[in-house]
Design a protein around this ligand. Structure first.
Ligand SMILES: Nc1ncnc2c1ncn2[C@@H]1O[C@H](COP(=O)(O)OP(=O)(O)OP(=O)(O)O)[C@@H](O)[C@H]1O
Ligand code: SF4
Ligand SMILES: [Mg+2]
Length: 336
């Protein structure tokens, strides 16, 4: 299968500001203590045509950073991001519209929209700027984008505050799709909505995927949402993918102790994962991640090797990869 998106060994770090104690210490002559935090650490990932890849993991594990890299709005430090087989340029430097093929939808539709801009203008702005429609045809263009997400002509001249949260997210989706992307990165795109509205927006995403042959990177902390939308699921822990596989396979046959712990916290999934799998301890600071396997400080089956050697992401089955010494030591020949 040809990939629409391909990430090869992608890394991204942030230099964090010195904290209060560091600043006080530096006033007394101590060396300034800016620290480097590796938010995304060696990610290999593909997304196929019309495929939905779900991305899950605890807060701070690097999901949004990875999503922004895929969307081309945050450059990676190392590694390659390919879109339709070609190297993705830093979108922040592109002025010609060639970065429009990947769009991103965020958690909070209220802050994603300019409160002083009419909805019709917000939707038509990028298509007009990039020559996808003439200014004279902008209103009609915006209307057809709104109709695609279930809104009508009366929305064109209204302002964001006149809509509910669900309607505002529909407007953000209409705006993203107005430039005819191939890939949409959804970052907690339903998290701020009421549960009943969440279901409507998820169904809208799935209908639009069918209609427009879209691919999604679907980021969510809610595994039951991911179960519903994703063809494959990637589980992240401290900047790395620790398990990835076809959704049904991964959710019914999780191998990595961290995935088991995440699934044990979702009672509705009822996967027979008990108390012994539950997550223990705090998430270590990403400024100082554990040696060896990054999960060893919380893992119920860690061995001495786990503290020393970094496990690689290896095939467990053809449609299922795991980053764990214990799992891969006991694996049969995956045949892949
Ligand atoms: N601009 C930045 N400057 C410094 N650190 C950052 C920056 N952006 C993200 N980080 C740090 O990188 C790590 C990953 O952050 P990221 O937002 O990608 O996580 P996340 O998985 O999306 O979390 P959440 O589920 O809370 O949205 C965190 O430790 C975060 O504090
Ligand atoms: S490598 Fe070791 S510490 Fe890491 S998840 Fe596997 S068993 Fe646990
Ligand atoms: Mg995030």
């Amino acid at each position: 299968m040809e990939h629409v998106i391909e990430l090869r060994s992608v890394e991204r770090s942030f230099v964090t500001e010195p904290d209060f104690a560091d600043r006080v210490a530096s006033m007394f002559g101590a060396k300034s203590n800016a620290k480097t935090l590796r938010a995304v650490d060696g990610i290999d990932l593909t997304i196929g045509p019309s495929e939905v890849v779900g991305l899950v993991g605890e807060s701070g594990c690097g999901k949004s950073t990875l999503g922004r890299i895929v969307a081309g709005i945050l450059p990676q430090d190392k590694g390659d991001v390919l879109f339709n087989g070609r190297m993705l340029a830093d979108k922040t430097k592109l002025k010609d519209g060639s970065g429009l093929g990947i769009q991103m939808i965020f958690q909070n539709p209220a802050s994603a929209l300019d409160p002083r801009q009419k909805i019709g203008d917000a939707i038509a702005e990028a298509p007009v700027a990039h020559g996808l429609t003439q200014r004279s045809g902008a209103r009609k263009f915006a209307l057809s984008a709104l109709q695609r997400v279930g809104l009508g002509e009366d929305a064109l001249d209204r302002f964001p505050h006149e809509f509910s949260g669900g309607q505002r997210q529909r407007i953000c989706i209409a705006r993203a799709l107005a430039v005819d992307p191939r890939v949409v990165v959804c970052d907690e795109a339903v998290a701020s909505l009421d549960v009943s509205i969440q279901a409507q927006i998820i169904n809208l995403f799935l209908d639009l995927k069918q209609e427009l042959n879209l691919s999604y990177l679907f980021i969510s902390h809610d595994i039951s949402v991911i179960e519903h939308v994703a063809d494959r699921v990637a589980v992240m822990y401290l900047g790395q993918i620790v398990e990835i596989g076809a959704t049904r396979e991964l959710l019914e046959n999780p191998q990595h102790p961290y995935t088991k712990a995440l699934l044990a916290e979702v009672p509705t999934l009822d996967k027979n994962l008990s108390e012994e799998h539950a997550l223990k301890g705090e998430l270590p600071s990403p400024l100082n991640p554990p040696s060896g396997c990054r999960f060893h400080t919380r893992c119920p089956v860690a061995t001495a090797t786990c503290r020393l050697e970094r496990p690689a992401l290896e095939h467990w089955k053809c449609d299922h990869q795991v980053r764990c010494h214990v799992v891969t030591a006991g694996k049969q020949n995956s045949g892949c």
